[in-house]
Design a protein around this ligand. Structure first.
Ligand SMILES: C[S@@+](CC[C@H](N)C(=O)[O-])C[C@H]1O[C@@H](n2cnc3c(N)ncnc32)[C@H](O)[C@@H]1O
Length: 269
């Protein structure tokens, strides 16, 4: 994700931080201090997992899970009985994944899962896959050059008729509606208030996360800036980079503003 220094925080979040004075500890959502909040929020949506499981069930061959992290998507793929390669750049998250695989000894997950520490923009695994996954809108981590490199690497790792499945978030807001506020309950039951500001010109959204219960001490407030990559843009990029997009499936609770989309692509004939 990106440095927030050049971007403006949502107005309401700025006002709240000013009211809290130095009671709030502000951290990046992806830092060590923000990790608990990230995991709490990321664990909530299961629609993407359900759709991926449904799609992958109908596709043959081993699965490559890119940006696998601690295995939110890897484990459901293993539960389908597939051989899975989980690739990520974070050694810490891969260690967590390995622990989770070991906990599933009864289902022999570790025996069917190769864990690879690598960059999704530049990897060479010496084998091909029936399915390459890039979930959780993780494509938004990459800039244009990074995405081109990713497409190249994915193309060279797909079996004939293999599928590249990737998700993204489509953001819709009329001019003047760049800011929004929503309350989300995390996996733990803890409620968070999210303030979002869409910096259209910059192609990013800035998100600030407060706990709803503001009396906590210390009060951890998390911030992040995430690239906005609409599905239309990714469809054109995929087409320019040698893929044919086969389907585009809406995921989860679609709101007027936030619409998650799963794209299914294959190497063009
Ligand atoms: C939003 S998390 C998603 C993790 C997991 N797929 C999930 O659903 O929970 C993004 C992941 O991308 C990984 N990542 C970031 N840049 C990467 C890169 N260039 N290559 C591989 N992994 C990367 C991070 O380490 C992190 O695990």
């Amino acid at each position: 994700m990106t440095s927030l220094s050049a971007l403006q925080l949502p107005r309401r979040a700025r006002a709240l931080l000013a009211e809290l004075e130095n009671r709030a500890v502000v951290c990046d959502l992806y830092s060590q201090s923000g990790a608990a909040v990230y995991h709490d929020l990321a664990g909530v949506g299961t629609e993407e997992i359900r759709e991926l499981v449904r799609t992958v069930r109908g596709l043959p061959g081993p699965v490559l899970d890119l940006a696998a992290g601690s295995g939110r998507l890897t484990l459901p793929m293993l539960a389908l009985g597939r051989d899975v390669t989980a690739l990520d750049l974070s050694e810490n998250l891969l260690l967590l994944l390995k622990e989770r695989l070991d906990q599933e000894r009864g289902r022999r997950f570790a025996e069917r899962c190769s864990v690879v520490h690598a960059d999704m923009r530049d990897f060479s695994l010496g084998r091909r896959f029936g399915v390459v996954l890039l979930g959780t809108s993780s494509i938004s981590l990459l800039d244009e050059r990074g995405r081109e490199a990713l497409y190249r690497a994915v193309r060279s790792h797909l079996l004939p008729k293999g599928r590249f499945l990737l998700s993204t978030l489509d953001l819709h807001a009329a001019a003047g509606q760049e800011e929004a506020e929503l309350v989300v309950t995390g996996l733990s039951g803890r409620a968070y208030r999210l303030y979002e500001r869409w910096e259209r010109a910059d192609g990013r959204r800035v998100v600030v996360v407060f706990p709803v219960q503001m009396e906590e001490e210390p009060l951890t407030v998390c911030t992040t800036a995430i690239r906005v990559l609409p599905a239309d843009l990714l469809v054109s990029e995929l087409t320019e980079n040698g893929f044919a997009v086969r389907s585009r499936t809406p995921l989860g609770n679609q709101t007027a503003r936030h619409r998650d989309v799963l794209l299914e692509a294959e190497v063009a004939a």
